[in-house]
Design a protein around this ligand. Structure first.
Ligand code: HPA
Ligand code: ZN
Length: 324
């Protein structure tokens, strides 16, 4: 079955590019930029990846990305991921980036997006992997900063498929960003948003995302199972969920495989993704294998997960159809 999974043409829709920063590249970029890291080796760095919640993960995630400074750094980061994606037969990826995690420490927006964009173009030409960018706002910063970031992105609108919302969910409900999302919609961006697994008020956040913000899809969102009415709304709208089993296992008590199974059985467009693979030790292939090990999925079910993903991509219809 591993070979079958390896051979499946895949689609990745929930991947933070900063979460693909492997320790080896972290050391390389630190050396390039004259930054001292508090670890003597890759092994020592990996050993410090101890987290058991979203917030303890985020501390390490933001600390790690400080080595990213220049346009070539962002290029190398994205190119390394896209090479890995090509190896795993990922044909298409929608990639989150966190501009405020960089602008807040003095790295200009255009440095970030130009490096990422150049890698996406080269990867398409050289590796045959297509990808688009999704700009995420950091929900633990003020809504005004998100709005300023949205305005700063407008000259690069053609390079960005849509917007998302990530970082620490506690006390930062979807509603906080209602005006930002309204403006993003007016500007033509598609809309997604993290509703992380087992957070406080998880179901209420999902409700706000769907009913008050009107998102096109939801990142994670497994707690929707606790509200049958919302499940019916998602089914009626054909909305997708981007689930991340290995990530769930790190930041909650389990991969939530049974919940994912239930969503699949209900006919929700569930997709399987890797979130922050350099930190959670698993790219999309490993996530599919882990889910299969937990649920004994059939070939048809594994293929259906990929059809779900291609169907809910933010590609024009004719490009979707070419993958389906
Ligand atoms: N959740 C919220 N914010 C994030 C994540 C996540 O899984 N990964 C990177 N930023
Ligand atoms: Zn995520």
């Amino acid at each position: 079955m591993k070979d079958f999974i390896a051979g499946l043409p895949k689609c990745e829709l929930h991947l933070h590019i900063e979460g693909t920063l492997e320790p080896e590249l972290k050391f390389e970029l630190a050396a390039r930029n004259g930054i001292e890291l508090p670890y003597a080796s890759v092994a020592e760095m990996r050993a410090a990846y101890t987290f058991d919640s979203l917030s303890s993960f985020l501390t390490i995630y933001y600390e790690g990305m400080k080595v990213l400074r220049t346009e070539p750094d962002f290029y190398d980061l994205a190119m390394a991921y896209l090479r890995k994606a090509a190896e795993q037969n990922v044909r298409y990826a929608e990639i989150f980036f966190d501009p405020q995690a960089h602008t807040s420490r003095g790295v200009p927006f255009d440095v970030v997006i130009r490096g990422l964009r150049r890698a996406l173009m080269d990867a398409h030409a050289q590796l045959g992997v297509r990808a688009q960018l999704i700009m995420c706002f950091l929900r633990d910063f003020q809504a005004e900063y998100a709005m300023a970031t949205l305005l700063e992105s407008l000259p690069y609108k053609e390079w960005i498929a849509g917007v998302g919302l990530d970082s620490d969910e506690r006390g930062n409900p979807p509603r906080k960003f209602a005006a930002v999302y309204e403006r993003a919609r007016q500007e033509g961006y598609l809309l997604t948003m993290h509703c992380d697994v087992d957070q406080d008020d998880a179901v209420e956040h999902i409700r706000q995302a769907i009913e008050e913000i009107g998102v096109d899809r939801i990142d994670h969102g497994v707690n929707i199972l606790e509200d049958q009415r919302l499940v019916e709304v998602v089914l009626a709208r054909g909305m997708g969920l981007t689930c991340c089993p290995i990530s769930n296992g790190y930041v909650t008590d389990s991969m939530k495989a049974e919940g994912i199974r239930k969503l699949m059985d209900l006919g929700v467009r569930v997709t399987i993704n890797s979130d922050d693979p350099a930190y959670f030790d698993g790219y999309v292939q490993e996530n599919l294998v882990a889910l299969h090990d937990a649920l004994q999925l059939t070939r048809e079910e594994l293929a259906q997960l990929q059809r779900n993903a291609f169907e809910i991509t933010w590609l024009p219809r004719h490009l979707k159809d070419a993958y389906l």
